[in-house]
Design a protein around this ligand. Structure first.
Ligand code: FES
Length: 75
């Protein structure tokens, strides 16, 4: 919750919130994954705070990580 929390405030108006406990948006998580190269929910928790409450959002965070870290096959 270090670097990105300075540029993204919880519950920026039109953002889709992925972690309701902490008010962390999907774009904050997506940016953290892309910029910091996050690969696990634990890393997302550490960098953004998302997922460090009730854990109900962990499935959504895992899905975001899976999509972000998919490799594009080279033909
Ligand atoms: S909704 Fe993310 S920790 Fe509760």
């Amino acid at each position: 919750m270090q670097i990105l929390s300075r540029t993204h405030t919880p519950a920026d108006c039109s953002e889709t919130i992925v972690c309701h406990c902490l008010g962390i948006s999907e774009s904050t998580v997506a940016d953290a994954v892309a910029v910091c190269g996050l690969a696990t929910v634990k890393e997302v928790c550490r960098e953004t705070g998302a997922g460090s409450g009730c854990t109900a959002c962990h499935a959504r965070l895992r899905e975001m990580l899976r999509k972000a870290n998919q490799t594009v096959p080279v033909c």
